[in-house]
Write a protein that binds this ligand. Structure first.
Ligand code: ADP
Ligand code: ZN
Length: 520
């Protein structure tokens, strides 16, 4: 690419090379293409607009919701020799006017703005004075109602873009890449699909695993004992569970702290500092813990309960191994917890549409627990990196069990679902397959289907788990909502046509599970 861009990177920022995603995004911006950059936190998003800002004729407006970080960013730029300023609620009207006229006269290359400013008509008028080459929209997921941090003022960005002539280039940036958030951003900002640049979500030093069918407390305590010299975080879903686990750990001599929203500010701060300085090795916490904590040598993150979605899971698990050293992320799965999360969702005050989407996300999280393919790959594909390769080190990649061919069984399930017109959920499908006497089956005439009772030699539990596996591995897709209906994917049709086979890890007997556990 552009020699000039590299030179700027070196002289102002002190780096010799761009990361792959940065290079592509900067190239796009300089070619005048509106783009969406999706990179994980720490992936280096700021460079993507800071470097072009120094190459484009006018000013780069940076929309950012994080007022507290704005000043730091501007200070850092100024000390690197880049002229920059910010406008947010901490400035007086006079100061705002002064800053804008400074930008209009070419005094600043970068101008950071809090989105709330767009609500002021006077401000929108003033901004027309500035020659704007590029609008960088940081934390772009805030524009989407599906994002975890929707801010209505972000929607006003569209007006801003329309007001400025000639039209500036748009660079939207975020670390959130779930499909519906991405689609929303593209739609609302009128960015085309080929201008999405998504990279670098893989965390190569993390070893993912899911532990099922075991006594969780026992697993947890054994694990902590075996790793007693290491720092780790235990996430639990409720304050009560955090208190309980913390108490038991302390009683058994583990140097543990705790963190949840029900504790006093001082208590929390105290434990947080002790953890940071390695006075305690284990932190038991709710999801309230972690925002802004920067401890690099966390060797493991253990989830005692299933988190509410993959975003939350990857963020929390990702607090392990910030220093690049090999670390473990283990989720202890128990089917009852899914009911707890569902119950919490039920109770929450959310619009119906939003709730449906949250159910869908929880279901994907459950699928993660049932997948038999690479866990890391599953996560990366969830975030949109479709060509991610297996990691080779997670619990599934290193699972030595033999693969068995379960194509015939899978065909039974698929053809049954098809005969039921893809209009029912897991439990009901299981009943038909197992030949249950349920009145509903008779009244719908499903007892005369050729697939009725076709799996009656298996337990309902087995069939249920088999359907979970087929869902996790993308043969079946559940609809959104609380009572999801299963339908077949293309992958399933290929199996029905005997074009592809379905392989599954051999079932293990209970005795073997214990052995695996001891080896772990
Ligand atoms: P994000 O906004 O994506 O969370 P930042 O822009 O804050 O990430 O960058 C994260 C870190 O990576 C910063 O310390 C930054 O200086 C560093 N960084 C960014 N780009 C490069 C690069 N090309 N080479 C080396 N380090 C980089
Ligand atoms: Zn793997």
């Amino acid at each position: 690419m552009n020699q000039k861009a590299k030179e700027i990177l070196r002289t102002y920022f002190g780096y010799t090379d761009f990361r792959p995603g940065q290079e592509k995004l900067i190239h796009n911006i300089l070619s005048g293409r509106d783009s969406l950059g999706i990179m994980p936190t720490g992936g280096g998003k700021s460079i993507c607009y800071q470097v072009p800002s120094l190459m484009l004729p006018g000013v780069t407006l940076v929309v950012s919701p994080l007022i507290s970080l704005m000043k730091d960013q501007v200070d850092a730029l100024v000390s690197a020799g880049v002229s920059a300023a910010f406008i947010n609620s901490s400035l007086s009207n006079d100061e705002i006017r002064e800053t804008i006229s400074g930008a209009a006269s070419g005094k600043y290359k970068l101008l950071y703005i809090a989105p709330e400013r767009f609500e002021s008509a006077a401000f929108m008028q003033l901004i027309k004075e500035i020659e704007v080459s590029l609008i960088a929209i940081d934390e772009a997921h805030c524009i989407s109602q599906w994002g975890h941090d929707f801010r209505p003022s972000y929607l006003l960005i569209k007006q801003l873009i329309q007001q400025i002539q000639p039209k500036p280039v748009i660079a939207a940036l975020t670390a959130t890449a779930t499909p519906n958030v991405k689609e929303d951003i593209l739609h609302l900002l009128d960015i085309s699909h080929e201008n999405v640049i998504l990279t670098g979500f893989a965390r190569e030093n993390l070893h993912f695993n899911v532990v099922k069918g075991q006594d969780r407390d026992r697993f947890l305590f054994d694990y902590i004992k075996q790793n007693s010299s290491q720092a780790g975080i235990i996430y639990a879903a409720t304050r009560k569970e955090v208190d309980r686990l913390h108490e038991q750990l302390v009683n058994s001599g583990v140097r543990a702290g705790k963190y949840h929203a029900g504790m006093s500010e001082n208590q929390r701060k105290d434990f947080q500092e002790q953890f940071l300085f390695d006075n305690i090795s284990v932190m038991v916490a709710t999801s309230a813990f972690g925002m802004g904590i920067n401890k690099s040598n966390v060797r493991y993150v253990l989830h005692y309960h299933i988190p509410r979605n993959m975003e939350a899971y990857y963020q929390e698990a990702g607090r392990a191994g910030r220093d690049g050293v090999e670390s473990e992320c283990i989720l202890l799965f128990s089917p009852q917890d899914v009911h707890i999360q569902k119950f919490l969702l039920d109770q929450s005050i959310m619009e119906e549409e939003r709730k449906e989407s949250e159910y869908g996300k929880l279901r994907k999280m459950v699928s993660y627990c049932h997948t038999e393919t690479c866990f890391q790959q599953f996560i990366l594909q969830y975030f949109g990196e479709e060509d991610a390769a297996p990691c080779g080190k997670c619990g599934n990649c290193t699972d030595k069990r033999e693969q068995v061919d379960v194509t015939r069984e899978a065909q039974m399930v698929f053809s049954c679902i098809k005969r039921m017109n893809e209009r029912f959920g897991k439990t009901f499908i299981t009943k038909v397959l197992s030949g249950s006497n349920d009145q509903k089956i008779k009244s719908m005439g499903f007892n005369s289907l050729s697939t009725y009772g076709i799996m009656r030699d298996k337990t309902q539990k087995y069939i249920n788990e088999f359907i979970d596996f087929l869902t996790a591995d993308g043969y079946l897709v559940p609809s959104d909502g609380q009572f999801p209906v299963l339908s077949l994917t293309n992958k399933a049709f290929k199996v029905l046509l005997s074009e592809e086979s379905v392989m599954r890890k051999e079932m293990v007997r209970a005795a073997q599970l214990v052995e695996d556990h001891e080896l772990f």
